[in-house]
Design a protein around this ligand. Sequence first.
Ligand code: NAD
Length: 501
Amino acid sequence: MQQPPGSGARKAPEEDDDGGGGKWSVDGDAASENPYAELVTRLRATWLSGKTRPMEFRVAQLEALGRFLDEKKQEILEATALDMGKPRFEAEFSEILLCKNELHETLNNLSHWMKDEHVVKNTATRLDSAFIRKDPYGVVLIIAPWNYPINLVLVPLIGAIAAGNCVIVKPSEMTKNSERLVAEALPSYLDKDCFAVVTAGVQETTRLLENKFDYIFYTGSPSVGRIVMMAAAKHLTPVTLELGGKNPCYVSDTCDVQIVAQRVAWGRFFNAGQTCIAPDYVLCSTEMQEKLLVALSKVVNDFYGSNPQESPNFGRIMGDKQFRRLQELLCSGQVVIGGETDEAQRYVAPTVLVDVEPSDPIMQEEIFGPILPIITVANVDEAIDFINSRERPLVVYAFSSNSKVVNQVLERTSSGGFCGNDTLMHVTLTSLPFGGIGSSGLGMYHGKFTFDTFSHHRGCLHRNMGLEVFNALRYPPYSQQKLGMVRAASEVKRKGACTLL
Ligand code: NAD
């Protein structure tokens, strides 16, 4: 675990003449030297030494990460239960199984992913070697949120290691038990010259971000995403931003209401609603709303019993601040299912709201809790207009037994991902890219996409030293005849274009 020897409040950045980093004035006892500079320098030296490049090294580290998951399974389940009452099933599924899937997918394919990709050549380069080299970026920073405190650290880390980088991971400081577990146990499985866990709150993370990284992978809220992107911009560091937002869920009039209710309720109430891809609100007709309410009421009872507070299958809100925010959101519309809260346990019952106006507070921010508002619309066109009038979400959900309706919603909306006739399940496929668009994020990961995210795709041409007579065609003195031959050897022709005219 790496902790800063000292940290101070940031006052204001002053641009360097070369724009290459900026000097930061700090308050009080903060050292002028950045408290993380030494760590970053050390990891960069390791990266430059080439230690992380061989496939054998990457595989050994990934296998060690797998052992962390196996050997610390019980501790992971306990930590996530302590942090937010995460039910064991949900923790095993989301924090362990999904990480293992990513790990196995990566280990199964790494040798293939790492290979140079040979590309099409033109006549001028026919005897040469043209390929894409998957180069590690260097020293990368991974910043994770609290809602899946193991998964959202390890899944990007798997790809960063696989791609041959040195890595600093910064788990969320909000989920103390999971943070401690990651900080204390994970480093003993990994090579300390290459990988470090930094425990840091906002102030320390601000200082961490002053350093020059070669890639920053951030998961969290859009507002902090902006701060991270601004810090990255100072060094022209590329970023992936995995952010949040409000995910709409359209339910058409033609579908099996009970099945829809089950699938929507599972997605909304899993992890007590603290899931970035949870369906945030339902859009449906007034007639469908009536049927859905009956079905949802039955589902909540089937899933969690008559008193969900006593159910071992329903989680808790992570913190007091988050709990109070949700309590205030319950004032929007009218509660028809649930609505009970218990501050001592940070319990918010699985709740469904109706008569919610688009201007209500609950429709202005990501809910991130077990509350499902229903907004009524006249038809699919109105639902699509509603979705398109708002920020682009991380995922759009559409339910209908008529696949044309599902496809209509897919074709006429824009979002990071899409899932028809279910919720959350798209995230279980390592073959699908996962990420946002617009205010829900930038970039993508999972499976090979994580490896690609952490790899610079270096375009390489390795030329033959012979045949200079052909190369001489491009050298001065220029002539029209030479230009014609250079064109013939390097031109990309439009397919199907008539060459006779
Ligand atoms: P957050 O933005 O508050 O914190 C995320 C991380 O950023 C934490 O490690 C935190 O320490 C750090 N941080 C916070 N303020 C900072 C600052 N001013 N400067 C630098 N670093 C700072 O987010 P959260 O509350 O932990 O997580 C919830 C949000 O994350 C939701 O919006 C949710 O949708 C989103 N999320 C997105 C995904 C995804 O994959 N797209 C996954 C999970 C969560």
